[in-house]
Design a protein around this ligand. Structure first.
Ligand SMILES: Nc1ncnc2c1ncn2[C@@H]1O[C@H](COP(=O)(O)OP(=O)(O)O)[C@@H](O)[C@H]1O
Ligand SMILES: [Mg+2]
Length: 366
């Protein structure tokens, strides 16, 4: 996957931009609030996914204008293609001259991964952010997972409602048995897929984080659940989940919530055996989040055969020279866009292209 050229008109603070990046590292630099993140966001929209920032369509259109347009000339699926997005009251998309039903139909045409400072919440915040990371990554790759997840979330809501009713109507206990059986079947699909996904992440995480820290630190990821998951089949996992639900049933009826299951699990992230969330420095946490994102890209590549473009927004701050050097010079085999404020970063880069952005326009290209 490669961006050949990108155009934007009246998008955020960008009046008009057209640029042709190189096929490896591209630095977008400039002072604060000049449009660096806006430019990455414009490219990201071609993945067909929601923006990583505000998602009101009107916000994309440059103030005092009524229309924004974006154009991406890219190499994907073994050929050069042109995608266009126009934003008026709605977002519309075209691929190779053909109008698409909606811009979300671009999903699967142009692949990218985005690292934005908000993704640090992946490491710093509670388990729900990490479950979300797994859920989004898996839903994109496996329709079976997306399906199971929405069924599971509904089933949890219904079970919780039932738990509250049981306090007054004990005859509903039989119905609970039926729900638990259903919940465990779907819950097992989710747990098993997450465990498989984390196993696939492991070698990439080891390699990428190892590269970032110059082999000095080891990052490990593992699935954290109350179940004992060592080499279990889906059947055994389901049986165990059922038993666990029985054990916690009294407590669940008392609290009106379901205290065990994949909606309570976590992705455990450690550096040299210590929890990154509690003990990692800012730079280590940033490196962990970046490693997760780049490992996610490797899995997309393995499954789809296409290497996603990496969009790295403000990834350099708080990283030492070794880590910056790895990002600038050693992420190989893919196109990367990196935004930063500090032009001295360019001196550390061998090869690649750099673009300075000022007041929403590209003013220098090196
Ligand atoms: N719809 C819009 N119209 C005009 N300017 C906008 C719009 N949306 C955001 N901006 C402006 O874009 C600027 C931020 O751009 P951004 O790309 O986030 O900066 P940075 O270069 O620091 O990454 C802000 O000054 C903001 O006011
Ligand atoms: Mg920015």
């Amino acid at each position: 996957m490669r961006v050949n050229s990108f155009k934007a008109n009246n998008f955020r603070n960008i009046k008009s931009i057209e640029f042709s990046p190189c096929e490896n590292i591209n630095i977008i630099y400039g002072e604060n609030a000049q449009g660096k993140t806006n430019l990455l966001e414009g490219i990201w929209l071609f993945t067909g996914c929601r923006s990583f920032r505000s998602s009101k369509e009107q916000d994309f259109i440059k103030f005092d204008n009524s229309f924004a347009s974006l154009e991406l000339d890219f190499f994907g699926n073994c050929r050069d293609q042109i995608a266009k997005i126009s934003i008026e009251d709605k977002r519309k998309a075209q691929l190779n001259g053909v109008s698409l039903q909606s811009s979300s139909k671009l999903v699967g045409e142009f692949f990218a991964v985005i690292f934005a400072p908000t993704h640090l919440s992946l490491i710093k915040d509670g388990p729900s952010q990490r479950r979300k990371f797994l859920d989004i990554a898996l839903s994109q790759l496996k329709p079976r997972y997306a399906n199971a997840l929405s069924q599971y979330n509904r089933a949890i809501l219904q079970r919780n409602a039932l738990l509250k009713d049981i306090t007054y109507h004990s005859e509903l206990l039989d119905t609970l048995e039926i729900w638990d059986e259903k919940l465990c079947s779907i819950g097992t699909v989710i747990t098993a897929e997450r465990i498989r996904y984390i196993k696939r992440l492991e070698p990439f995480i080891e390699e990428i984080y190892g590269g970032l820290s110059n082999g000095k630190e080891v990052m490990k990821v593992s699935y954290q659940t109350q179940m004992k998951i060592n080499s279990k089949t889906e059947k055994e996992l389901k049986q165990e989940l059922l038993e666990q639900l029985k054990i916690t049933r009294k407590q669940d009826i008392f609290s009106g919530t379901t205290s065990i299951g994949p909606h309570r699990d976590d992705l455990k992230i450690e550096i040299d055996g210590l929890l990154a969330r509690s003990f990692g420095s800012q730079g280590q946490q940033r490196s962990c989040a970046l490693s997760l994102k780049l490992a996610e890209a490797e899995i997309i590549k393995n499954i789809t055969g296409q290497q996603p473009v990496a969009l790295l927004d403000d990834v350099m701050s708080e990283l030492d020279n070794t880590r910056q050097d790895y990002i600038l010079n050693h992420i190989r085999g893919r196109q990367v866009f990196i935004t930063c404020c500090d032009p001295s970063m360019l001196l550390k880069m061998s090869g690649g292209k750099a673009f300075e952005i000022k007041e929403g326009a590209i003013c220098t290209c090196i």
